[in-house]
Design a protein around this ligand. Structure first.
Ligand code: ATR
Length: 272
């Protein structure tokens, strides 16, 4: 019996047990994936339990994604750049920390808009907070140049320097001037979560084959995606990133690479 987990505090809102539970059933694997509430003070003791070999690994969610850095025996360098660990793999009593969000972002676009990166045109990434880091790492791995636009310009400057590569920082107001050359637009800000819209974003300046994506998935169709669809642009919603980021963890723990099927999407969508 192979066991995996998601730890957080609180943990009852995590969709991960539903995702992994579906894959375990689909592949008839004798395994389990359980949500475990671990308070911050109990994290070191939980890592001792991990080293005993009870679990093959698991996911880490709020508020532990940064705290686990000090407790892991090894860390993927990309997780260090992203500044968060969301996946743990236990091998011979050693706990390895990694981040699968950037793979989830790429997997979602590759599945939803095959060939999206072929032309190598610049991406416009809006927002320079924690969620932007994994997106920047992902785009860098595909050699896509990035315009990083943020309300607070200085934060974008700092993040561009930290990630390195072909990233130029700017303000949200630069969008309309940059739009004609862009191949991809990514919203990593929380705008859209409550039905709010970007002000003065001229989507009609974008090329007709530009792809628009949002990492927010509640609501599934954010105002940005709705506006893009109304303009006839291709869109990929953020739910796919959540599903695709779960693939590498499941593969590592249970030894089977699962698929993100329409049926799985429908199940998770119904539970949002
Ligand atoms: P997350 O971890 O989800 O990325 P975060 O680190 O708090 O959350 O970052 C939120 C991002 O959304 C930031 O880029 C923030 O811009 P600032 O750096 O200027 O704060 C952006 N953001 C949040 N609310 C916004 C709003 N109403 N208008 C424009 N940008 C907003």
């Amino acid at each position: 019996m192979i066991k995996a987990f998601v730890i957080g505090h609180p943990i009852n809102h995590s969709r991960s047990p539903l995702i992994h539970g579906n894959w375990l059933a689909q592949h008839a694997i004798a395994g389990s994936y359980e949500a475990i509430d671990v308070a911050p003070a109990d994290l070191p003791a939980f890592f001792q339990r991990l080293r005993s070999g009870e679990f093959a690994g698991g996911n880490v969610t709020i508020p532990h994604k940064e705290a686990v850095f000090a407790l892991c025996d090894s860390i993927d360098p990309l997780a260090t750049t992203i500044g968060a660990v969301n996946t743990l793999v236990v091998n011979n009593g050693q706990v390895h920390g990694t981040n699968t969000d950037y793979l989830g972002f790429l997997g979602n676009l590759d599945a939803g808009a095959p060939g999206w990166d072929r032309a190598g045109r610049p991406a416009i990434v809006m927002g320079a907070g924690g969620a932007a880091r994994a997106i920047l790492v992902a785009l860098k791995s595909r050699n896509i140049p990035v315009h990083l636009l943020n309300r607070t310009r200085a934060t974008a400057d700092k993040l561009a320097r930290e990630i390195g590569g072909a990233i130029t920082a700017g303000a949200l107001g630069d969008f309309n001037a940059l739009a004609p050359g862009a191949g991809l637009v990514v919203n990593t800000t929380s705008i859209g979560m409550h039905g709010t819209r970007f002000k003065d974003l001229a989507l009609d300046h974008l090329p007709d084959d530009a792809l628009i994506t949002d990492i927010v998935y509640v609501p599934l169709v954010t105002p940005l995606l709705a506006d893009a669809r109304a303009r006839g642009l291709r869109t990929v919603d953020g739910l796919g990133m959540l599903l695709h980021q779960a693939v590498p963890g499941f593969s590592a723990w249970f030894g089977v690479r699962p698929n993100v099927t329409p049926a799985l999407r429908a199940t998770i969508e119904a539970a949002l």
